[in-house]
Ligand binder design. Structure first.
Ligand code: PRX
Length: 657
């Protein structure tokens, strides 16, 4: 086994890629447990198509992708069937399931009413403080209809954008689903983002109303959501109403005529109120979710009802292998795409019982995750490598204290998982035998694209192979495949149903995904593929920083720094971090006459925290007197990072020296 540690190879958007080809060759191969293979949803589907060999099935799926996706779509409810499965006349824009009439919320709730599923638990809610409540599908249906009625009474209708800034509570899920019912796109903002981030996102999409809470709890601390929301709404003229769900019960200021308690309104709405699902077009917008890019402000990634639903439904079914009796727990917050696709929509369309957890992995103690698995007899857990790495440090005794025998499948997402963490997860959480689904995807992809299904042999630290119908490759900047065991850019060759349709208000920015490398989807990641066709994702090749799997843009951090009166210029980079994957380091040039002091460094870090959010807080700050720039004056973060990490600087022909 040759282990060469491979750091991210940083490049800027001009896509020069200094491959080192210095890749980790992993020879350990773990076959899947036989009983899982025999009973897997993917096995049943393969059989129905006449296959028992994955390789042959995968090849069939590439040649018959529309048959595969038609089969998946037919398992969902349509008000009116689609006419054509796929249309790509206006490249790089495309459509799936054209002219179909559909609603994702119908497929999460309405479809189950009057069937035995209505009495099944939809959500096991676990509060930060350990309190818990269970909501059946029927109860979620009632709650969602009530929220939809409140929104409708406020004049929210199809197409209106609704901002959601809430803790992980059932009312959050009901709010998301209520928007979907009405055909009003939701725009969720992570509760850990600061007021200016919330403000910018609401303004970018002209949100009409905001749903928030008085506060939320994380690790015993109160997050003052309403207070932050007030600051943001003060500078968001389009917001007509703020609905406030009481959760902490602390007194919060309520603006007369603008703010109203959601729980009070909900109580006044009769339990049998039904707001029918709007039969929207397959291609109508379901949500906008902002995510960080290389340059500029965050991008509003647009997902639609039809294709997105089909993609989430199918990937949840095949990757996590959900069975009717399963309890599924995705630990991601709703503020991220993982929370959208795999805490709410995917598992609900598969009628799973879902754990909804408000808190953090280490509160009140570092065995919180494992105690939740034991408490709710979780069958499938889906979390981030960062969580695993941070819990590893507390030793094997903590998981050993809990009965984890209910688990059948493990998952990870958000950043590369190092083989050590993978092995620890398998041994200590997966009873040394459970398959780990290392799922690669992005906010933009909407659904998992590269991942094992539970029937594949696994390699530690590898996301394994593209899912059925997905054609992934590793190429150079001209789009030429680099071949096995060479570093290059990860690309996907053909649209898939849950892919983003555009960037809200900025279609040109959407086009760059298909134009950076001609005619293929460029993911922004470096990867290698081995001789078995297994992918190893190495990390971003642009200026996106992944802190604990959370996506941040260098630009956002730098803009917050230069807004401080002491700062002239700044550069932010991600540095490899044993637990967080990456942490933020910033380089700061002070204005003339300002002294670089320790207290100023502390103040500047706090400034970033206040303006962007706690996640973005730099772990390191260095005062410098110059930064490498291009002739046109752009800071070359790639060079800054290469110097910092002692790596080759690469192509510096555009560097102004
Ligand atoms: O760099 C890849 C990394 O996360 C990026 C996408 O981030 P975001 O849009 O926030 O979505 C995260 C959750 C879907 C990717 O470009 N990434 C995601 N999953 C993996 C990963 N890197 C390595 N292995 C993964 N399994």
């Amino acid at each position: 086994m040759a282990h060469h540690h491979h750091h991210h190879v940083g490049t800027s958007s001009n896509l020069s890629f200094e491959h080192t080809d210095n890749i980790l060759i992993e020879e350990r191969l773990f076959p899947p447990p036989e009983d899982i293979v025999k009973n897997a949803n993917i096995t049943a589907y393969m059989k129905s198509k006449g296959f028992d060999d994955y390789e042959a099935f995968y090849r069939w799926s590439l040649a018959n992708r529309f048959e595969f996706w038609n089969d998946m779509a037919k398992e969902l409810h349509w008000f009116e069937p689609w006419k054509s499965t796929f249309e790509w006349t206006d490249k790089p824009f495309f459509k799936w399931f054209t002219d179909g009439k559909f609603n994702i919320a119908y497929n999460c709730l309405d479809r189950y009413m009057g069937t035995p599923i209505e009495d099944k638990v939809a959500f096991y809610w676990e509060g930060d403080d350990g309190s818990s409540r269970a909501y059946t599908y029927k109860e979620m249906y009632v709650l969602t209809n009530r929220v939809a009625k409140v929104l409708q009474n406020q004049g929210v209708k199809k197409g209106d954008r609704v901002a959601i800034y809430m803790p992980m509570i059932p009312e959050m899920a009901a709010s998301v689903l209520a928007c979907a019912r009405l055909g009003a796109p939701h725009m969720v903002v992570f509760g850990g983002f600061a007021a200016s981030s919330l403000r910018d996102r609401m303004n970018d999409c002209d949100a009409k109303v905001l749903i928030t809470a008085d506060g939320g709890y994380r690790g015993g601390k109160v997050i003052e959501l309403k207070k932050i929301a007030d600051e943001a709404v003060a500078e968001t003229p389009t917001i007509e109403k703020v609905f406030v769900q009481r959760h902490t019960g602390f007194e919060v200021p309520m603006a007369e005529g603008r703010d109203v308690y959601l729980d009070v309104l909900l109580n006044d709405i009769p339990e049998d109120t039904v707001v029918p699902c709007e039969p929207v077009d397959s291609e109508d917008m379901l949500y906008i979710l902002y995510t960080s890019g290389s340059t500029g402000k965050p991008k509003g990634v647009v997902h639609v009802h039809g294709g997105y639903a089909v993609g989430c439904y199918a990937t949840t079914k095949f990757v996590f292998d959900i069975k009717p009796s399963d309890v599924f727990w995705c630990t991601a917050d709703i503020g991220w795409v993982t929370g959208h696709s795999y805490t709410i929509y995917g598992p609900m369309m598969n009628a799973a019982s879902i754990v909804l957890f408000e808190g953090i992995p280490t509160y009140p103690a570092a065995d919180r995750f494992w105690s939740i698995v034991e408490k709710y007899k979780v069958n499938i857990i889906y979390t981030a490598p960062t969580a695993i790495r941070s819990l590893m440090r507390f030793g094997e005794e903590l998981p050993a204290r809990h009965d984890l025998s209910s688990l059948r499948i493990l998952g990870t997402v958000g950043e590369p998982i190092n083989p050590e963490a993978w092995m620890w997860y398998r041994k200590n959480i997966g009873h040394n035998e459970l398959p780990i689904m290392d799922t690669w995807w992005q906010t933009e992809t909407g659904m998992i694209l590269i991942s094992p299904t539970p029937i594949l042999p696994l390699k530690p630290g590898s996301a394994s192979r593209p899912l059925p119908t997905i054609e992934a490759d590793v190429v150079n900047k001209d789009g030429k495949p680099v071949g096995p065991e060479h570093g290059g850019f990860l690309i996907i060759r053909h649209p898939w149903p849950a892919q983003m349709r555009t960037i809200f208000g900025d279609p040109d920015r959407y086009k760059t995904y298909w134009e950076t490398i001609p005619d293929v989807y460029f993911a922004g990641d470096a990867a290698t593929m081995d001789k078995m066709g297994y992918f190893r994702i190495q990390g971003r090749v642009d200026d996106v920083i992944k802190v604990s799997g959370h996506r941040l843009g260098s630009m956002e951090i730098e803009s917050s720094l230069v807004s401080h009166p002491a700062v002239a210029e700044a550069a932010a980079i991600g540095k490899p971090d044993e637990v967080k994957g990456e942490h933020v380091k910033v380089f700061v040039i002070l204005r003339n006459g300002v002294e670089p002091t320790e207290s100023l460094a502390v103040e500047l870090k706090r400034h970033v925290r206040t303006l962007v959010g706690p996640l973005a807080t730099p772990d390191e700050l260095e005062f410098v007197t110059s930064l490498p720039k291009t002739r046109s004056g752009k800071i070359m973060r790639r060079v800054v990072r290469a110097r910092e990490l002692g790596e080759p600087v690469g192509d510096i022909t555009t560097l102004d020296v």
